[in-house]
Ligand binder design. Structure first.
Ligand code: CMC
Length: 437
């Protein structure tokens, strides 16, 4: 039975008994959010492990970067509400904030933007790798490989014990991810690669690398650029989610940052995580018309049917995802700009949202639309194929991954991540020669 009295702001003591053993554990309090019971010495004191599949009650690290209050729908980067950053800031400023902990001054911002823009090109030999992929390769498969391959090119940024190299690798990753994602896209559609143009802002540069062709002038649409920049801000970090935890775990062994971020890209790909925007759009397409919605709602509620409403529910948000609210507004702007405001997909999305929000099953389980519900429709209206959605998420999340990776490396208490297990396999037994089996 845990008995923690939170009298001191930073640390108290909790106690409980396991069998006949009385255990006293520190209970640490952060600046916001639930306290944590520090069970680091539990095994040496009692001989038992804790068990928490999916980490639903486990804080895996201490962090100063991002805070989420899932019950109240709050998301803060370094203390700043996501709504304010999305409305008033831009993506590179957000990257600076995540990496350095403070908003930049005008001079710091100009210097940071300059340094990121200086790193947007990838080595020509790396660009040639792309020719080896099948032309129908999923952009995420290309991204996993090409991000990992960066470590073969930047030996001057892989010594993780060097602060300068850590920052250089972080900046290179933020700068080069859009280039790699755009290369993956161009390769898939058989168009020539477009080099970055460093007088453009981050989002505009990415749009140009994706949509320009050498035989025509390309003019960036400012509404699209602003929408994309905001999508990047909204996806930049999200605390200790699956891909970020993957980056931290990979990095805890001392692996180089390019390899760690490639691991993060791989984890992000899954449909329960970054792949959800692609899955949400496919689901809307499958539903097709408003009259089919009740059938799909019934399927989502059926315990014997594995179908889930993609773009609904979140491990942490048990309230409206604050990013979804911003994304919903931006989605309408983009649809207006592209003349697709009567897109039947949007009609299905709106109706689905209304029905799900008033349905007892979804209310009781606190399943609200998440950011992926709207980002898919927005990205589709911007002209991106569904296969690129998660790649765009990876471009944005790289900012959070590198910030979290750096924080971990710079944490003096950092050690290799090595979870334990509850073993339920066979007890020790003797080898049986094949003739006797
Ligand atoms: N549709 C129908 N039922 C659902 C859904 C859904 N989208 N999500 C959860 N449930 C039900 C689930 O069946 C379970 O019911 P019961 O208690 O009767 O067994 C209950 O709600 C709790 O679900 P859970 O799987 O235990 O919750 P979780 O916190 O492990 O899962 C989630 C979170 C995001 C994986 C899940 O809600 C889901 O699969 N959603 C659809 C995929 C999606 O949109 N993912 C994007 C997440 S946001 C992007 C990001 O941050 O990466």
């Amino acid at each position: 039975m845990l008995d923690a009295t939170a009298s001191a702001p930073t640390s108290t003591t909790g106690s409980f008994t396991i069998g006949d053993k009385f255990v006293s554990v520190p209970v640490r309090q952060g600046t916001l959010g639930p306290s944590v019971v520090d069970i680091g010495k539990l095994y040496s004191q009692t001989g038992v492990f804790t068990y928490d599949p999916g980490f639903t009650s486990t804080a895996s690290c201490e962090s100063k970067i991002t805070y989420i209050d899932g019950d109240n729908g709050i998301l803060l980067y370094r203390g700043y509400p996501i709504e304010q950053l999305a409305e008033k800031g831009d993506f590179l400023e957000t990257c600076y904030l995540l990496l350095y902990g403070e908003l930049p001054t005008a001079a710091q911002r100009a210097d940071f933007n300059y340094r990121i823009r200086r790193h947007t090109m990838v080595h020509e030999q790396l660009a040639r790798f792309f020719q080896g992929f099948r032309r129908d390769a999923h952009p995420m498969s290309v991204l996993v490989a090409s991000v990992g391959a960066l470590s073969a090119f930047y030996h001057d940024a892989t010594d993780i014990s060097e602060p300068h190299q850590r920052m250089l690798a972080s900046m290179r990753l933020i700068a080069k991810l859009p280039t790699l994602a755009a290369l993956a896209y161009k390769y898939a559609i058989g168009q020539p690669f477009i080099y970055p143009k460093n007088d453009l802002d981050y989002a505009s540069n990415f749009l140009r690398m994706c949509y320009a062709v050498p035989c025509e002038e390309y003019e960036v649409n400012p509404v699209m650029a602003r929408a994309l920049d905001q999508i990047f801000i909204l996806h930049a970090d999200h605390e200790q989610n699956a891909s970020t935890s993957t980056v931290r775990l990979a990095g805890s062994s001392g692996a180089n940052p390019f390899a760690c971020i490639a691991a993060g890209v791989a984890c992000l790909w899954g449909p329960a995580h970054g792949g959800a925007n692609e899955a949400a759009l496919k689901m809307l397409e499958e539903i097709g018309t408003v009259k089919n919605i009740p059938k799909y709602i019934a399927r989502a509620k059926d315990k014997n049917d594995p179908f889930r409403l993609m773009g609904f529910g979140h491990r942490v948000y048990k309230n409206y995802d604050p990013r979804a609210k911003i994304m919903q507004k931006r989605c309408h702007e983009v649809l207006n700009e592209t003349g697709r405001k009567d897109d039947p997909l949007l009609e299905v999305a709106m109706e689905l949202e209304q029905i799900a929000l008033s349905d007892e099953y979804f209310i009781e389980k606190k399943l609200y639309p998440n950011i992926d519900f709207y980002s898919g429709i927005t990205l589709k209206a911007m002209g991106f194929p569904t296969s690129m959605f998660t790649a765009l998420f990876a471009v944005a999340r790289t900012a959070g991954w590198v910030a979290q990776w750096k924080e971990m490396i710079e944490d003096p208490s950092q050690k290799i991540g090595r979870p334990r297990q509850l073993y339920t396999g066979a007890k020790q037994r003797d080898y049986v020669p094949i003739a006797q089996r």
